[in-house]
Design a protein around this ligand. Structure first.
Ligand code: TRP
Ligand code: SF4
Length: 574
């Protein structure tokens, strides 16, 4: 971990390069020479670049390795793998700007089938919204247009506690974020905008979720320590509540579009969602309880010993003792479970050392031996996690067909896994539980700053604010660094390096909008040496000027809409 974990120190609100208040994910691999270049970039409205300062490549070649480490170390999945299941994908998805996800498939499925789904993201009002934030606005609006219930929130409690911003400034910026979101097409009739500070229901949920988390976790996940102020901790549980808020009226697949810096929050929210559930649903083979790893071993024994002959009435039962013998005699190759990859877990892999001593194999053998002659029979198990006694009774009642009831669990021989999940959720909700679906996320690449390096709210020349005068925007583009060669001659000969070029990024992320052909043409002309930077920047600068003028006109039109919304623009706290 980084040495400077003085996480309670307030930082200059204008300084978003601060590392103190950033969520930091821990991973088990050894730290890099420069421990500040952990793969978790910093929090900046989800739009800061990673600390590694490498240029980003929307077409996915030269610097993909940085993103790959997110896949390997944190289990973020590649977006490309779900792309084909997304109805009418947004250009940011098609171009690989949205590069990763967790569990997005369930959201894509819901959108595809016209089932309930939600999207939510939040913005810390620490500065003016800029072109990096526009990515997230667009992602939200796209989900809204695809039929998802969509939420945009102002993380004012977080800005106040984690960044020490005064309420007057927060109010100004909050207004600016909301206006841009509306100007870009967010439909407030068909979605919800809120401020954390104003949302009582949200804060109640945060309080409840706080029961499921503790300070050691805050340390492990964020590097919080004894000096961390409590409001900062509270802003974390508030964000957990934000993420689950869309499910308060009804559980539903929910996507959180963010930068990868927010992944630690997403993982914690997924854990907390699971911890509030009344019942766990798992497969099982015998009456005793097992953990995931033991179960995988018993499943392997069951399959090998002829579980597949279960339909054959003459086949002999596979008994627990047989499975114990098999596991003793044929260590075979280690299963995933033994290698310490817990099924369905978001947490990084365990060290091999953790699984050494009393391994899952020994444990499984012990349990199987104790069960002796009991036949192995696949079943679905409801585990009592947080169920009220009434809910547990109700589940017994409502589980159809053959079932057995034990001390802390109920086994059903009739339900399949999906039906069991549905029933468990129904019973939970009927008895006052939330029934949360684990929230999903999608991750976008960070934009490179116009001056190279990271795009930062505190360095005006590095970004284009959505409030920048169109002429200023024009000038910033014409003075941007490029991926061009030293001379026009070399450029013609070698071609430009579009992948290293912030101007090319502007085309791909924003200026070309939905026009893939245009993006491709710029790329090919650049790398083929037909395009020179002067003209290319001029073209981009003009588009930027147009975009800003148009956006600001729409912002002005959105003023009225904003006034009519039920959202407090002048905080009573100021
Ligand atoms: N922490 C986020 C940031 O740094 C803001 C935020 C608050 C958020 N609540 C959220 C983002 C919920 C996504 C979902 O900008
Ligand atoms: Fe960038 Fe355009 Fe120059 Fe290519 S030609 S390096 S895209 S500015």
């Amino acid at each position: 971990m980084t040495g400077d974990t003085d996480s309670n120190r307030r930082t200059d609100p204008a300084d978003d390069s601060d590392t103190d208040s950033k969520p930091r994910a821990r991973s088990d691999s050894e730290s890099e020479p420069n421990s500040n270049s952990e793969p978790q970039p910093q929090t900046d409205g989800g739009t800061a670049t990673g600390a590694d300062e490498t240029a980003l490549d929307p077409w996915g070649s030269s610097t993909i390795a940085d993103y790959e480490s997110l896949f390997e170390r944190f289990g973020i999945e590649e977006f490309e793998a779900v792309l084909s299941e997304v109805p009418d994908p947004h250009y940011l998805m098609r171009r690989g700007v949205i590069f990763g996800h967790r569990d997005y498939r369930r959201v894509a499925d819901a959108l595809q089938n016209g089932e309930p789904a939600a999207a939510l993201s939040g913005f810390m009002p620490t500065g003016e919204p800029h072109v990096g934030h526009k990515l997230v606005f667009d992602e939200l609006i796209w989900h809204q247009q695809q039929g998802a219930e969509t939420y945009g929130l102002i993380a004012d409690l977080e800005a106040h506690s984690a960044r020490g911003l005064p309420w007057t400034e927060i109010d100004d910026h909050a207004r600016d974020y909301l206006l841009s979101l509306l100007a870009l097409g967010f439909d407030p009739e068909d979605g919800e905008l809120y401020r954390q500070s104003e949302n009582r229901e949200l804060q109640d949920l945060a309080f409840e979720l706080g029961i499921e988390a503790n300070l050691s976790e805050m340390d492990a996940i964020y590097g919080f320590d004894g000096g961390t102020d409590l409001s900062h901790v509270q802003s974390v549980v508030t964000q957990m509540a934000d993420i689950l808020y869309p499910q308060l009226d009804e559980p539903k697949p929910t996507v959180i579009p963010v930068g990868p810096d927010q992944d630690p929050h997403v993982r914690l929210a997924r854990d907390l969602a699971a911890r509030t559930r009344y019942f766990g649903v798992a497969k099982a083979y015998a009456s005793f309880e097992t953990d995931l790893e033991e179960r995988a071993l018993i499943a392997a024994a069951y399959e090998t010993l002829g579980g597949e002959r279960a339909d054959d009435p003459d086949a002999e039962d596979v008994r627990c003792a047989h499975a114990a013998d098999w596991l003793t005699e044929s260590p075979g190759t280690a299963t995933d479970a033994e290698r310490g990859v817990p099924e369905g877990s978001d947490q990084p892999e365990k060290d091999a050392a953790d699984t050494d001593e009393e391994g899952p194999r020994e444990q499984a053998i012990e349990k199987l031996e104790a069960a002796g002659k009991e036949p192995l029979r696949p079943r679905v198990r409801f585990l009592d996690r947080n169920a009220t006694p009434e809910a547990f009774e109700a589940l017994i009642e409502r589980a159809p067909g053959e079932k057995r009831v034990y001390e802390g669990h109920i086994d059903s021989f009739e339900l399949d896994r999906e039906a069991a999940e549905t029933l468990a959720r129904e019973v939970e909700i009927d008895h006052g539980g939330y029934g949360f679906v684990p929230p999903s996320s999608i991750y976008h690449r960070f934009m490179t700053g116009l001056t190279g390096g990271k795009m930062s709210s505190s360095v005006p020349a590095s970004h284009i604010s959505l409030l920048d005068d169109p002429e200023v925007g024009y000038d910033k583009v014409t003075s941007a660094t490029t991926g061009g060669r030293e001379t026009a001659e070399l450029q013609r000969e070698l071609g430009g390096e579009a992948e290293e070029c912030p101007v090319y990024e502007l085309y791909a992320y924003l200026l070309a909008a939905d026009d893939d052909e245009y993006t491709k043409r710029v790329y090919e002309e650049c790398t083929g040496g037909e395009r020179l930077c002067g003209g290319c920047k001029e073209e981009a600068a003009e588009l930027m000027r147009e975009f800003l003028a148009d956006h600001q006109e729409k912002r002005a039109e959105a003023e009225e809409l904003l006034e009519d919304l039920d959202i407090e623009l002048d905080s009573p706290r100021r």
